[in-house]
Ligand binder design. Sequence first.
Ligand SMILES: OC[C@H]1O[C@H](O[C@H]2O[C@H](CO)[C@@H](O)[C@H](O)[C@H]2O)[C@H](O)[C@@H](O)[C@@H]1O
Length: 564
Amino acid sequence: APCGDASAPVKPTTPLISFLESLQSAALATLGPDGFDPKLYVDLPLKTDLAATEEAFARLPRPGGVIPVSDLDRFLGDYFGEAGSDLVHAEPEDFVAEPEGFLPKVENPKVRAWALEVHSLWKNLTRRVSDEVRRRPERHTLLPLPGPVVVPGSRFREVYYWDSYWIIRGLLASKMYDTAKSIANNLISLIDIYGFVLNGARTYYTNRSQPPLLSSMVFEIYRRSGDLAFVKKSLPSLLKEHSFWNSDIHKVIIQDLQGCKHSVSHYYAMWNKPRPETATIDEESASKLASASQKEIFYHQVASTAESGWDFSSRWMSNSSDFTTLATTSIIPVDLNAFIYKMELDIAFFAKLIGDNSTSEKFLAASKARQAAIKSIFWNSEMEQWLDYWLISKSNCEEVNQWEAHYQNRNIFASNFIPLWIETYSTDLCKDGTMVEKVLKSLQSSGLLRVGGIATSLSNTGQQWDFPNGWAPLQHMVVEGLANSVSKEAKSVAEDIAIRWIRTNYAAYMKTGTMHEKYDVEACGKIGGGGEYKPQTGFGWSNGVVLAFLEEFGWPHDREIDCQ
Ligand SMILES: OC[C@H]1O[C@H](O[C@H]2O[C@H](CO)[C@@H](O)[C@H](O)[C@H]2O)[C@H](O)[C@@H](O)[C@@H]1O
């Protein structure tokens, strides 16, 4: 990895983003922090050229340095379209109200009616980029993607990388193969332009990616549709993405106790300024840091944490009550390496399918090396979980880092169980019933299993990727890992967790009329909170996971859906 933050590559910003950040900060001064969402301002599409907009902004009255509300409102109305108006609703062509063969194992009429409502939400969340974005891209932070996408919902107006995996799992349950393919093709188009899949499809997300699950999307789509041409088209982009995650900025070498060197990956954003979508908040958080270089290091850690998808969590902090102690680039995450392991298995499989045996062999070897690294660096035989590995006490600049047991992070996170999910695709671990049962016991005694599902961690820090929040993707990976194993007991625990999760989603939906981004697993039907923005609704990955669970486990006539 690059030595320290001074040598880290930083992506250039754009004049539009810089201007929208000044607008964001002026709006905060005018409106105050209550209910203020900084992302709204960097999502505003310009009605006219930037120069004219900037001139009009400069002319606004500022008595006492603050723009009056009425002047700000008038300016916003005159010079900007609504946030999100450049990503217009699109009718998904493969949507039918009740698809043939939809969730065949769901017998209970209440659950079936609700599942059909969740299925119908794909219509609300499907979007396409307006022609205006293609005509005048310089007026939009939205990127001109070629085809329709499904967005998470509410403030998340654009397509997101890792969310798309669970959205696709739900779309496949909804038999919407074309929409699923369109999402993957849009993400592939980002690799063609940027060399990696962006965090989300905005110009302000070009400095980082998100947990790499594109190969898994292609795998699932192929599994359901058998579309070999799609696999063939995707493969060159997946090879590029693999290089990105193994390039200098993401790669770390660790030597284990036997003297074997392992190449593993960590999150590392190409950014050392406040995140434009949250600049006012990042500046506030950095205000207690004294020097400009300390602030740059902090901003780099913030953006690198956003790359992890777990933004934010005590998982990345050396002091869980001090946000400025984020140290993400010094952490080798279990889940990221499990995702790359899966990417290597998938690439080997796809290459074989299309008759490229040498690529297939190469990636099979890479997957074996990653599997060995996961065992050697992350596995903790005492706790029977996989633990993140910290490089914190040493310089990240070392060519080779010597592994030491006490640098494994022994705190409990749901991510400590993610390798189980990937192993089910490689078969080794899953054929080993004793191993699965050990991991299962460790999960059962971890404290993570709660009435509403799996908690993200055991620390209640007020960060959204911590206790008591439960997130759909984490439920899904752990449940699928257990369900696909050879252990009968693991399969039954998987179903039990899925039932709790479905009940909590159902109860919250009945109470609020909507699906939520995250839930509080301490009580059935309770919505999650914490973090830097208001809890969001819609919601892509929650819908996807509910449909995927209902497809896998069904819901018998006589099973109660209400909270128990
Ligand atoms: O605006 C703040 C941050 O919001 C995003 O993160 C959260 O929402 C994403 C969309 O559902 C999700 O993928 C991520 O896991 C959430 O933590 C965004 O991805 C961040 O980059 C952004 O700074």
